[in-house]
Design a binder for this molecule. Structure first.
Ligand SMILES: Nc1ncnc2c1ncn2[C@@H]1O[C@H](COP(=O)(O)OP(=O)(O)OP(=O)(O)O)[C@@H](O)[C@H]1O
Length: 713
């Protein structure tokens, strides 16, 4: 994730920089790559864009990431990269974000630049934003107070500066009087500037701190809302897109409430005060200037619209490139195993080339836009000078008044420019906000913590599937089970076997209520699991999945994670679980023992070690029911036997296994095939049925093993 952030920051940042400083950028870009010269040389065959601008920078970094060990990836970035990227963090952190479809699915959308922004102010969203800002109202009010002071100060200074100029020009021979008047004016101006500086500093402080609080609260709400959703939601929505909502959209909304609002209000106040002062200083010159403004503003609006639409396409293309990078970096081992580094860089380069193409169009438009706005500003100043010069010649204006007027013209121009960007930022804020509200308002299909909770003694562990039909919500056309029936008596060990894809893992998901069955029922001790509190249910079921995932904590913390309250877990509890999972000895053999940090997703451990830690995690809370989904498949035969014996002694178990030899001790074996339980009975009983599926599966496995042994001889 951090690697990805740097890549996207660099590409965004450079794209923003490019317009102003192409040469300097190229230098920075080369410095970035030179930080990993060896790696760069390995990839000289990589296609790259001809232009030394931003998309090259991203493939450059992408290229540097791919050849590295996934564990050492971070070290390849030089301080130069950081310098460039950190400068541009704000822009880049919002690389791409997502927009919900009506079904709650998120589709990739650009974030801050060119995102689908509303064109009118949505009142409902204003109310929500105000509600969000409510806890920070006092800080925000203080910020607005200081804003008023600093704006007042800013607008009074041109007037006083005009007076200074007039004092100098009209002094004549009386230098003493001029000095006295000049001194008092300068003291006054110094006071005004000090006051303005202090008010501005206070405004920034209050705005920033309240903004951070708002973003923090919003992020917590969004994160908890994401975690509340049912598993099917995560099947439909990509992780990267949800993360974008959490990081980028929340930041955009926070910025809208604080920085943008403050800048916008200041721009409004300064434009209004500036125009009033212009009329105060010279009504005829002010009327003349205001005649020029509307056509120029109209031009800017039309240009701005064009710019926004092209900017949106650029960001869409960039979001696609980012998604590709995200998937490849997080699955680096697969890329490496298939030797796809080069082709992945080329695919990424193609994607960023599309971004470059659009960005070039955008650059042309922006260049035109800046040219036109710069020219308009200059025309305005020239007009003020011309008309003001005429007024001075006819004694209707002093040189000080003309100077003050010019300064007000500048201020008004700057404020109007600020207002146009304030408006577009505000709309972006509403766009980001509406995506967040959708997520915050989304009700999960079933609540996490409502329903019946039995006492631990009442729970015996009799599981029954009655006429269960189920299809995954994302593939409703392909049912996994149809009228499936299965009974697991309390206190027994049931093994479920079946061909790959027959639905063994799905059975576990249904028992854990990660999904609800479409019809039929699943009961525990006669209670439909839909009536039980899902949180309670899961607290009594231990589960070890086919590919157990560990978090980048220490081994101790990973095992303690299995407890309802990990903080209350004692070292003895952790040791007990580790011993039961036959993991104690190998953990103790690590130099840091139980404090060994396992790396992202447990990459620092072997498959078998990961499985045993995952089993220890599942055992920690002493679950009544244990679901093992090929949980011991990565262990050697001896370890597997030891672990399974321990597990079977400890609790009622449902074992799902491919290796049929591991289920000999089960009380019963259920064979899944063609959306139902094809056979169910004792191991020996099923084996004796020559035509049975279990016997066939067994024979096939024995045959494969024999073939393998022969091949080894
Ligand atoms: N989240 C999901 N969304 C849609 N379809 C899924 C999902 N998970 C699994 N499937 C589909 O459900 C079917 C059963 O998958 P399942 O993982 O339960 O099989 P399995 O018997 O455990 O397979 P294996 O032995 O290979 O692990 C497969 O066809 C699979 O493609």
């Amino acid at each position: 994730m951090r690697l990805l952030n740097r890549m996207s920051r660099c590409s965004h940042g450079v794209s923003k920089f490019k317009l102003a400083q192409p040469r300097m950028l190229w230098l920075d870009h080369r410095q970035t790559l030179s930080a990993a010269p060896r790696r760069k040389r390995q990839f000289t065959g990589v296609k790259s864009s001809a232009h030394p601008a931003f998309p090259l920078c991203s493939p450059g970094l992408f290229m540097s990431v791919l050849p590295c060990s996934p564990l050492r990836g971070l070290s390849i970035f030089s301080p130069h990269t950081r310098t460039v990227t950190h400068t541009l963090v704000a822009f880049a952190s919002s690389s791409a974000t997502s927009t919900p479809t009506p079904a709650g699915q998120v589709k990739t959308q650009p974030d801050t630049e060119g995102e689908p922004t509303p064109t009118t102010v949505p009142l409902e969203d204003v109310k929500r934003i105000l509600k969000l800002a409510h806890p920070e109202r006092w800080k925000l009010a203080a910020a607005l107070g200081f804003l008023t002071i600093s704006s007042g100060v800013t607008m009074s200074s041109p007037f006083l500066l005009g007076k200074v100029i007039d004092t100098i020009y009209t002094a004549g021979a009386d230098t003493e009087a001029m000095t006295a008047s000049l001194t008092s004016l300068c003291i006054m101006l110094t006071g005004v500037f000090l006051c303005g500086g202090a008010a501005n500093a206070a405004r920034v402080y209050f705005m920033q701190t309240s903004g951070q609080e708002i973003v923090r609260n919003l992020r917590i709400s969004v994160f908890s809302s994401i975690l509340r959703q049912e598993v099917a939601f995560f099947d439909r929505n990509r992780t990267g897109e949800l993360i974008n909502r959490l990081s980028a959209d929340t930041a955009v909304v926070g910025r809208s409430i604080t920085d943008n609002l403050s800048d916008g209000l200041r721009a409004v106040a300064q434009a209004a005060a500036g125009v009033s002062m212009m009329f105060y200083v010279s009504p005829s010159l002010a009327s003349f200037v205001l005649l020029i403004v509307p056509p120029l503003a109209g031009l800017a609006v039309v240009y701005g619209r064009y710019l926004r639409s092209i900017s949106k396409s650029t960001q869409d293309a960039l979001a696609q490139a980012t998604q590709l990078a995200e998937e490849r970096i997080s699955n680096m081992r697969t890329v490496r195993a298939f030797g796809k580094e080069l082709s992945e860089v080329n695919t990424y380069t193609e994607k960023t080339d599309q971004v470059l193409l659009l960005a070039r169009k955008e650059a042309v438009l922006r260049a035109g836009f800046f040219g036109v706005t710069g020219l308009s500003g200059n025309i305005m100043i020239l007009s003020v000078l011309y008309k003001g010069g005429l007024l001075m010649a006819s004694q209707h204006m002093t040189v000080g008044e003309l100077s003050a007027f010019l300064m007000y013209t500048f201020w008004v121009g700057i404020s109007i420019a600020g207002l146009s960007s304030f408006y577009s930022e505000l709309m972006k804020g509403f766009g980001a906000g509406s995506r967040l509200w959708e997520l915050l308002d989304r009700k999960p299909e079933f609540p996490l913590n409502e329903g019946l909770m039995l006492s631990a003694d009442q729970l015996k562990g009799r599981l029954e599937f009655s006429d269960v039909s189920f299809a995954y919500p994302t593939r409703s056309e392909a049912p996994i089970f149809q009228n499936l029936n299965l009974l697991v008596p309390a206190g027994s060990v049931m093994a479920v076997v079946g061909p790959s894809g027959s639905g063994k893992s799905t059975l576990v998901s249904l028992l854990l209520r990660l999904y609800d069955c479409n019809s039929g029922s699943i009961t525990i001790d006669g209670h439909d699991i839909r009536d039980l509190n899902p949180y309670w249910l899961r607290s009594h079921i231990g589960t070890v999945s086919q590919e157990p995932v560990l978090f980048s904590y220490s081994i101790r913390d990973n095992i303690a994670y299995g407890a309802v309250d990990p903080k209350a877990v004692t070292t003895e509890d952790v040791y007990r679980a580790a011993k039961a999972a036959n993991a104690f000895n190998f953990i103790q053999a690590f130099p840091n023992g139980f404090n060994t940090v396992v790396g992202e997703k447990g990459v620092l451990l072997s498959g078998g070690q990961k499985q045993r830690i995952a089993i220890a995690r599942a055992l920690l809370k002493n679950p009544k029911i244990l679901l093992l989904d090929e949980a011991t498949s990565a262990l050697d035969a001896e370890n597997e036997l030891l672990v399974q014996e321990a597990l079977e002694r400890l609790m009622e178990v449902v074992i799902i296994a491919h290796r049929l030899s591991t289920i000999q001790n089960a009380n019963a074996v259920a064979v899944l095939d063609q959306q139902r339980i094809a056979e169910c009975g004792q191991h020996v009983e099923l084996l004796s049925n020559r035509q049975g599926l279990f016997r066939k599966l067994m024979e096939k496995q024995v045959f494969i093993q024999d073939e393998h042994k022969l091949a080894l001889r």
